[in-house]
Design a protein around this ligand. Structure first.
Ligand code: SF4
Length: 104
């Protein structure tokens, strides 16, 4: 997977109307644009790279990898929660070791 910017040259959106991917309004007209953009993303050969790039950057606008900003925010929050749970589990696992070291 190319997480540089090289994947952009293969994007299915290159020949599409950029306004579809960055609707400036909300409501039914914007939803229609978003749906069209997501249909283009669905057949894009670099969708995964695009999505990962958008997840790794503070990209808060537009359709990337077939996702809306709100969808990416939900995924970021879920990933953050998973990392916190993993960190707590790792810390809980280390505590017994720390007390053994102090006791020795
Ligand atoms: S996934 Fe969508 S926004 Fe990303 S490069 Fe492909 S068509 Fe463009």
């Amino acid at each position: 997977m190319d997480l540089g910017a090289g994947w952009r040259a293969a994007g299915a959106c290159l020949s599409a109307d950029p306004d579809l991917f960055f609707p400036i309004a909300s409501g039914p007209a914007a939803m229609k644009q978003i749906t069209k953009a997501q249909q283009i993303c669905a057949r894009c050969p670099v969708r995964q790279e695009c999505l990962e790039w958008a997840m790794r950057t503070p990209e808060t606008h537009g359709i990337w990898g077939g996702t809306t900003p709100e969808e990416r925010m939900r995924v970021r929050r879920a990933r953050t929660a998973q990392r916190r749970v993993a960190a707590r589990a790792a810390q809980a696992h280390e505590w017994p070791l720390a007390s053994q070291i102090r006791a020795s």
